[in-house]
Design a protein around this ligand. Structure first.
Ligand code: ATP
Ligand code: MG
Length: 336
């Protein structure tokens, strides 16, 4: 049985309990007749059972068990139901303990997500509102000032738009009924197209691009639009976090176990050791202090990349050294 089960008599003595029950409390099984108080030291559980026995009514509550190790806390939903006997009244109680740790965790992730989204929306919105108020209060703003204000407003409304686009992409990738449109993708054509699309931004920052594509990995079976999105996101970062005159390398290689790795490397600012394991998390931005506001993103790009890789049955990897540069690798299973 997956749930913990305990039966106590009217005096609060253990009648029977299943293995899961003892496991939940990391205890060894006790013999029948032992007072529960002696076997399990948990005040909340006792209170719940005592009330059930006293009032003869079912009771329910949530219980947190703190484990010995960090992050080993477990959450239980406990239901106690009295057993009644017509002659002698309440005769004991049946207690069911259901592990709801995972549910709690998912809920926490969800509310973190909502908090993050709200936070990201608030900044551009409050800037927009501030300027709208300025314009309403000063109908005679000079054309020069007006142009400046409109430019800032445009920039922030674009940012809002990008954020919403990224959120929609994530939602689509996560929804169970979104399917990949798989086809044989010619990597040399894809790399060529992506580099052409990025020409202007690359030239602006005087970045040199190298495409390194061995003839052996010409084709990959993937959703071409999604794969292009991956490369766009990686290039966006590579350009954003590069110094002028830097170098960006697009590379594909065949791995050992029927895998193809696509990677984008740059010689830019790099990512610190503490940040590196977290860059694929939603909304995570490394070293906020050093990134100028003008290029600051929302921290969703790499989580989209990771999702797309996973939808293809693949994964992502990152390598970086502060001040030296970064390589992000997307590893996809090869077509059979
Ligand atoms: P978005 O892509 O949503 O506009 P973003 O670029 O900040 O925003 P991600 O692409 O998810 O977010 O990247 C997460 C963080 O990882 C970035 O904020 C940045 O600090 C770091 N990072 C990602 N790629 C690089 C890179 N090539 N060089 C240095 N730092 C990088
Ligand atoms: Mg990005």
């Amino acid at each position: 049985m997956h749930d913990g089960l305990l039966v106590v008599d009217a005096g609060g003595r253990v009648v029977v309990a299943n293995e899961t029950f003892w496991k939940l409390f990391s205890l060894r099984e006790v013999s029948g007749g032992t007072p529960l108080l002696d076997a399990v030291r948990n005040a909340e559980l006792h209170q719940l059972i005592t009330e059930t026995l006293r009032k003869g009514e079912p009771r329910q509550s949530e219980l947190a068990l703190t484990g010995a190790q960090k992050n080993s806390e477990r959450w239980l939903q406990v239901s106690a139901v009295p057993m009644k006997d017509d002659k002698i009244g309440t005769d004991g109680a049946v207690v069911l303990l259901h592990d709801i740790t995972e549910l709690k965790r998912v809920n926490e992730i969800r509310s973190d997500f909502v908090a993050n989204v709200s936070h990201e929306l608030r900044t551009p919105l409050s800037i927009l509102r501030g300027y709208i108020e300025t314009l309403l209060d000063n109908p005679k703003t000079s054309p020069k000032e007006l142009a400046r204000i409109l430019e800032v407003m445009e920039r922030h409304s674009k940012r809002l738009g990008l954020l919403v686009d990224d959120l929609l992409t994530l939602a689509q990738l996560e929804s169970a009924n979104s399917n990949l449109q798989l086809s044989e993708v010619n990597l040399s054509e894809l790399f060529g197209k992506v580099v052409r699309d990025w020409e202007k931004k690359l030239v602006e920052k005087r970045l040199k691009v190298m495409v390194d594509l061995p003839a052996t990995v010409a084709i990959v079976r993937a959703d071409e639009t999604r794969l292009q999105e991956v490369l766009y996101n990686l290039l966006d970062n590579a350009v954003k976090y590069s110094h002028e005159n830097g170098e960006i390398r697009l590379h594909a290689e065949q791995g050992d176990d029927d895998e193809i790795a696509l990677s984008v490397s740059d010689s830019g600012v790099g990512i610190g050791k503490n940040d590196l394991p977290r860059i694929f998390e939603r909304f995570y931005r490394a070293d906020k202090a050093r990134t100028p506001e003008s290029i600051r993103g929302t921290g969703l790009g790499l989580s989209i990349v990771k999702h797309i890789a996973q939808r293809h049955g693949g994964r992502v990897e990152a390598e970086s050294e502060l001040g030296r540069g970064t390589t992000i690798r997307v590893i996809l299973p090869m077509a059979r």
